[in-house]
Write a protein that binds this ligand. Structure first.
Ligand SMILES: *Cc1c(COP(=O)(O)O)cnc(C)c1O
Length: 398
């Protein structure tokens, strides 16, 4: 062994450390829930994406257990070989029904769905218009497609349209998160869809943080704004509380992805148990009572923090990475798990606390968090770029 790799790793790590950007893992000793246990200590958790508290729901766990007893743990191969099961097909039918689309196709994660779908659909000669704050998996999917990528300023439909006029191409599409994962704000989807219609573009949306959260049926922002899209990516890992993801759309899109999406073709199928659990969770997610409870908590937290109630994600931008880390540590001391989010997950100078709320939280949990976050105050003087993404605000504390 040359020790070369070890040297390279240490070099990069110490550079990360010097910039307060080094990250580390923290194993939970409990299921993920409103309360979690880390290193023997119980914390109120405001950092997970399990927005409806389904990740440890007894019925969902039971459905997974029953399928595991029937199908075993591993799926043994990719779906096209011998990894497909009745549980996969049943979940896909349930997802298509839920989304009101002709069809849906499973992927092993949201990350894999975006890579697979974008690279299967687009290639050289095509143009993808991508919001500046899109999730990394959309960015990587755009890159992998080898289409020309035109990044437009966050939520700026006017500039988007000017860019669309200036960039002809074979197949063109707008690609956007509907709820932005680190800001919690919403894409102006109706306006974007009009731009697509005017200029003959397809609309590709990632509803990861909106599925199960927005819309009276829980389909997401598209439903809320009455917008139909061409490619709808949803995850099973957030509000659904399980694992995996899907693309919902036409039957032809499903067939194409089964044939051409490399992250589907060349990867082992999800375990059947995960599919069965997700199908059960999808049923529970459609109960309006659970979602109403989430929206009560969202309203409560939005009012308490003085932020818009756009989604279950709240972003308090603090500026430099060390400032966000210090704020997170202070909350941790008080018994709250609110992780600091730093570059490259968010742009340089916009490190923040990302607070996510869940239907599993009690009114009192949210009240306590709001009061614990009081030290952040309302004073505004910190150095970070303007304009900040909407849905965020500047704060500084003594
Ligand atoms: C979390 C997330 C993904 C990735 O989904 P996974 O199932 O966790 O891989 C994709 N897109 C967006 C917008 C996300 O927030």
């Amino acid at each position: 062994m040359s020790g070369l790799v070890d040297g390279w790793a240490k070099e990069t790590l110490s550079s990360l450390e010097a910039r307060h950007l080094k990250r580390s893992l923290e194993p939970l000793e409990s299921p993920v829930g409103a309360r979690v246990r880390i290193a023997g200590r119980e914390l109120l958790n405001f950092s997970s994406n399990d927005y409806l508290g389904l990740a440890n729901d007894p019925d969902v766990v039971d459905a997974g257990r029953a399928a595991m007893l029937r199908h075993g743990v591993g799926s043994g191969a990719s779906r096209l070989v011998v990894g497909d099961t009745t549980a996969h097909q049943s979940l896909e039918r349930a997802l298509a029904k839920f989304e009101g689309t002709e069809a849906a196709v499973l992927f092993n994660s949201g990350y894999a769905a975006n890579l697979g779908a974008l690279s299967a659909l687009f290639g050289p000669g095509d143009v993808l218009f991508s919001d500046a704050l899109n999730h990394a998996s959309l960015i990587d999917g755009c890159r992998l497609s080898r289409a020309q990528v035109v990044v437009y300023p966050h939520r700026d439909v006017e500039t988007l349209e000017a860019l669309v006029r200036a960039h002809p191409g074979q197949r063109r599409a707008v690609v956007t998160d509907t709820v932005f994962s680190m800001d919690g704000d919403r894409a102006p989807l109706a306006a974007i869809s009009q731009v697509c219609a005017r200029h003959g573009l397809a609309l590709v949306v990632d509803e990861a943080h909106a599925t199960g959260v927005l819309g009276s049926l829980g389909r997401g922002l598209g439903e809320l704004e009455g917008v139909t899209v061409d490619v709808h990516v949803g995850t099973l890992s957030k509000a659904v509380g399980c694992f995996g993801a899907y693309v919902a759309g036409s039957e032809a899109l499903r067939e194409l992805l089964i044939n051409r999406a490399r992250s589907l073709v060349f990867s082992t199928a999800l375990p059947a148990a995960v599919c069965a659990a997700a199908e059960r969770a999808l049923g529970k997610l459609q109960d309006p009572v659970v979602r109403a409870r989430l929206h009560q908590r969202i309203g409560q937290l939005a009012a308490g923090l003085g932020l818009p109630a756009d989604s279950a994600v709240f972003s308090v931008v603090l500026g430099e990475a060390d400032v966000a880390l210090a704020a997170s540590a202070r909350l941790r001391e008080a018994g709250f798990l609110v992780k600091a989010i730093r570059p490259p997950t968010v742009p340089e100078g916009t490190s923040r606390l990302r607070v996510s709320v869940s239907a599993a939280h009690e009114v009192g949990d949210v009240e306590r968090l709001i009061s614990a976050m009081g030290f952040l105050g309302g004073a505004v003087a910190s150095p970070h770029p303007d304009p900040l993404p909407t849905g965020t605000r500047k704060v500084e504390w003594a």
